[in-house]
Ligand binder design. Structure first.
Ligand code: FAD
Length: 458
């Protein structure tokens, strides 16, 4: 049967863009469909606009720190509209860049929402398209918990378009997105209350990261309500009243509520059943399967052999560089005759909180559980960075290595402190190459720096 395309990609986000351009570079006839702005979550409503907001929010503490260095105090004021307009313009510019890159690569761009009709056919509005292979790269969306009045809450998507800067923001959720927005908005001068179900932030990260970030945030003035859930949100004349249950039961009134309790793949309207693509725990050979995501094997192949899926809709490791790498590995395998899978181990990642945190590899808890206490050795230091000796702030940096004591291999590196993400990227190369503690020990530090802590740990 003759198909319209060799490859049809659903979703022009990180994974879809990377896969479509790589497949086209091998001579495949490729089309990509996008229902929103080209660029996906990362460029349009995730990493990029968020990081721009992080930069913007850091100025307030820098202005204060400068006073300790002899600068006079300045009267500061954030123009919310001006910031949001600048961020929005940059997002649109990036979307244009991605669109032009598709054109240059020879990938046909179709605007609209795609749904499966069968394993080789999709409908996009009135149009029907057929393809030999189909890649699903539809990403995810914020999950809204089923509580009364949740429609009054905003999600991370809305945070870049709020008409006014919130005066008092409540954030539901202690994952990295909730934590990052708490710090961003606190930096802008918004009063922030973060409500978390458990007794600690950032589940899944090393305990020392969670503790250091949380205590830093509390020290800055963010109020954290642990072991507490929101059971109801209702509009009142003063704003939104939150009914709470758990450790804190006194109702809270704020003007904005951000729901950041998790994300779920965008699969509801895709009609996957018509294509024979399974969600959740598929056959046991399907290495990656979570309850609400597309089940795939290590080559991103779904239960339907001609259909593949990459990125957040497979819920493997929901990060942009991972989606990009999965997309490229898929295209190399299917169109470039280079069968390859990517490793989801030793992927570095950061939390752009204030203080910032970054990590790679195993947490101490995971290492102890898998290898046993006697095999795992941890090295850790916490200190006040030189910068804060004059700023006067009680800010601490934390550096930690998790080591396999038998082989001396470094299993995990964790850091909290300024520029942690930039520092961890270099660590990631060494750790991916199998660096040992001895390799770190014989590396000389850069003095004076925070990062030298990684090579002076004893
Ligand atoms: P996406 O980038 O989400 O792209 C999917 C695209 O598919 C979307 O454009 C969507 O409109 C489109 N689509 C969906 N269904 C259809 C359909 N049926 N038809 C047509 N089009 C469709 N990751 C990091 O690495 N670093 C960060 O700092 C970071 N910060 C983040 C901050 C926030 C607030 C959020 C929400 C996420 C962040 N992430 C970060 C995660 C990162 O954005 C995602 O992991 C990444 O974008 C996933 O790429 P993807 O290709 O799977 O999906």
């Amino acid at each position: 049967m003759a198909f319209d395309y060799d490859l049809f990609v659903i979703g022009a986000g990180s994974g879809g863009l990377a896969a479509s351009k790589r497949a086209a570079s091998y001579g495949a006839r490729v089309a990509i469909v996008e229902a929103d702005l080209v660029g996906g979550t990362c460029a349009i409503r995730g990493c990029i606009p968020k990081k721009l907001m992080v930069y913007a929010s850091e100025f307030s503490s820098l202005y204060q720190d400068a006073v300790g260095y002899g600068w006079s105090e300045v009267e500061t004021h954030l123009n919310w509209q001006k910031l949001l307009t600048a961020v929005d313009q940059e997002v649109h510019r990036l979307s244009q860049v991605h669109t032009q890159a598709l054109q240059a690569a020879g990938v046909e761009l179709i605007h609209g929402y795609a749904r499966f009709l069968d394993a080789h056919t999709l409908e996009v509005g009135e149009q029907k398209v057929t393809a030999e292979k189909i890649l699903i790269a539809v990403g995810g969306e914020a999950f809204r918990p089923p509580i009364a009045g949740i429609e009054h809450a905003v999600t991370s998507r809305d945070m870049f378009h709020l008409p006014q800067q919130p005066r008092h923001l409540a954030i539901m959720g202690g994952g990295y997105i909730g934590v990052e927005f708490a710090c961003i908005m606190h930096g802008f001068g918004t009063q922030v209350t973060q409500i978390i179900r458990g007794d600690q932030f950032l589940r899944g990260f090393d305990q020392d990261i969670s503790t250091a970030v949380e205590s830093g945030m509390i020290h800055h003035g963010i109020r954290v309500l642990q072991s507490t859930i929101v059971t109801k949100i209702e509009p009142v004349p003063a704003g939104l009243k939150l009914t709470l249950s758990g450790n804190y039961e006194v109702p809270l009134t704020v003007d904005t509520v951000l729901s950041a309790v998790g994300r779920t793949p965008n699969l509801q309207k895709l009609c996957l059943d018509r294509a024979g693509v399974e969600i959740g725990r598929g056959p046991s050979s399907f290495a990656y399967a979570s309850d609400s995501a597309i089940a795939v094997n290590e080559y991103s192949q779904t239960t339907q052999p001609n259909i593949f899926a990459v990125g957040d809709c497979t819920d493997r490791l929901n990060l942009t560089p991972v989606a990009l790498a999965e997309g490229r590995a898929f295209a190399d395998t299917e169109f470039g005759h280079q069968r390859r899978a990517i490793s989801h181990e030793y992927v570095p990642t950061a939390i752009f909180s204030q203080p910032e945190a970054a990590t790679i590899g195993w947490t101490e808890a995971a290492a102890r559980e898998q290898l046993g206490d006697s095999t795992v050795k941890c090295y850790r230091t916490q200190f006040r960075p030189l910068f804060h000796s004059l700023s006067g702030r009680e800010e601490k940096a934390m550096i930690k290595l998790v080591v396999d004591d038998d082989s001396d291999r470094i299993l995990g590196a964790h850091m909290v402190g300024a520029h942690a993400a930039e520092i961890m990227q270099g660590m990631a190369i060494a750790i991916n190459m199998g660096a040992t503690k001895k390799d770190f020990d014989r590396t000389l530090g850069i003095h004076p720096s925070v990062a030298e802590g990684f090579v002076t740990l004893r």
